[in-house]
Design a protein around this ligand. Sequence first.
Ligand SMILES: *Cc1c(COP(=O)(O)O)cnc(C)c1O
Length: 390
Amino acid sequence: MDLSYILNEFAEDRDQYYRAVAPPIVQASNFAFAKVDDLRKAFENEYSTWLYSRGLNPTVEILRKKLGALDGAEDCLVFNSGAAAIFAAVLANVKSGDHIVSVKEPYSWAQRMFEVILPRFNVTVTYVDGTVVENFEQAIRPNTTVIYLESPNSWFFQLQDLEAIAAIAKRKNIVTICDNSYCSPIYQKPVQMGIDLVLQSATKYIGGHSDTVAGVLSGSRAMIERIFNSEYMNIGSGIQPFNAWLLIRGLRTLPARLEKITKTTGEVIRFLQQHPRVEKVIFPLDPSFPQYELAKKQMTGGCGLVTFMIRAAESATIETFCESLKHILMAVSWGGHESLILPKCAGMRPDAFDPANEGHRSLRLYIGLEEPAYIIGDLEAGFAAIEALS
Ligand SMILES: *Cc1c(COP(=O)(O)O)cnc(C)c1O
């Protein structure tokens, strides 16, 4: 399906709503029936019609069809957060006694699920270094039912060979789940590489304006229908109509925003790479990246997330850098209009900071929609502030 068709027309039926160009927000909890038999059919199969908005809703329906098509998947569900999409995808594929093989350091709330919630139900996890395919093969046990992936990871961007891991999993009847938040479906399509379930935080690029939280889960019709009838309906974590409408609006400009962000990111990376205070720049589509070849093979683009290390003997240097930025905001998340900085040292006690550990000195920069010179000028101000310290 043509990208422009998906974003501008697919799943929209303007004859249903006054030929309005933007779809309505159907802010209704329930839908009325004229015939008992129609109501009976809705009870029999809630995945077939409007009955109650914890299930299907017309505004959400437009969004989920578009997002499924964007992922190149048969079907899709939209949740009220990326974390909820992770929870449903994993929960739907484990029972007591099962085992998960996960890439190490997955998104923090996936990790919490694996370490805090699932052990209570006798489900265990083994973490592996995902850069080596054989590690997955070696970690698989007879009771492994899920391989959990995140490629690239959102801090240091380690990749997994999605095609190779999907092939191993298929032979052993193991479900593969991949978090695709970094690339978004514009730059990577895991379903086409054989991954069973692909998810992303729509809070990031799909929403694109830092004003809503949501998650997407795509896969085969059979798998998604099963998740709808169980985890989705039972946890009640589906997206609300207004938030769905915001995401439909976000989709209209998604390629244009990513194009701009990608271009600016290249310019900012070039600035950082030549700066004497910068020790290292990590970006999956930079030739210096250890998995550059794999990145080129399975991703058609990078995005606005870049990690860099500055030369610093104490965390105060990094703190001064971040606090001296006038335009780049210090905040979590990414994918919106605004550039962001996140220092790794904020996640640790000041006395735990080890200047010899380059991970501790890392800063994650998200490049938003501002002009390149505006962002670079702000980074220059940050570097000037730390020069003034010494
Ligand atoms: C943000 C994020 C999530 C979680 O999404 P929410 O919408 O915040 O619940 C999951 N995975 C990755 C890689 C993320 O960056």
